[in-house]
Design a protein around this ligand. Structure first.
Ligand code: S3P
Length: 186
């Protein structure tokens, strides 16, 4: 049992962080927060527009800011962008304050799930498969570094993945709520 206040989902694009995260939030009766959606809400712009106007550097700075705020906020299921783990500060916050689940997806699953997607700037040009392989090589060790649990989403629809994952979490994630801390103190 690993006590943590948030449930954090990390993993590559197309792993299902947002759809699985929504189901898990419902299951655990928690708020759901998606770092990309938070950036879009705050800027009033889509992620491709943020990349276009501010570059990846600007996007990463915004991502750092929202992750800091979300982590400081009320307990939630948090879906992070696939590149959030690149920043050492983000990794420290996510691992320090969250029970972190690495949602795995192979490149063939990603290609299939993202075939019609036009909202990922990193996949907008060039060979998608080569890009995904390169990103996986860079990032897999970082997902591993921060995660408490690995979950393979291969060929699982989001609702099924969420059901199985929720069952595993019941025995592995000890929700660290203010009520529990009071209980322990008395
Ligand atoms: C990114 C993943 C995206 C989004 C942005 C950059 C990445 O989020 O944050 O396009 O660097 O892998 P998802 O993982 O939710 O697709």
């Amino acid at each position: 049992m690993n006590p943590a206040r948030h449930l954090v989902l990390v993993g590559p694009m197309g792993a299902g962080k947002t759809s699985i995260g929504r189901c898990l939030a419902q299951h655990f009766g928690l708020a759901f927060v998606d770092s990309d959606q938070e950036i879009e809400r705050r800027t009033g712009a889509t992620i491709p527009t943020v990349f276009e106007c501010e570059g990846e550097r600007g996007f990463r700075a915004r991502e750092r800011g929202v992750i800091r705020e979300i982590i400081a906020g009320p307990p939630a299921v948090i879906a992070t962008g696939g590149g959030a783990v690149l920043d050492p500060g983000n990794r420290g916050l996510l691992a320090g304050k969250g029970f972190v689940v690495h949602l795995r997806a192979g490149v063939s699953d990603q290609l299939e799930r993202l075939v019609r997607d036009r909202s990922r700037p990193l996949l907008a040009s060039g060979d998608r498969e080569a890009t995904l392989l390169r990103l996986a090589a860079e990032r897999e060790p970082l997902y591993e570094e921060v995660s408490d649990l690995d979950f393979d989403t291969h060929q699982l629809p989001a609702a099924d993945a969420a059901r199985r994952l929720a069952a595993m979490l019941e025995s592995q994630w000890q929700r660290d709520t203010p009520a529990r801390r009071t209980e322990q103190a008395t």
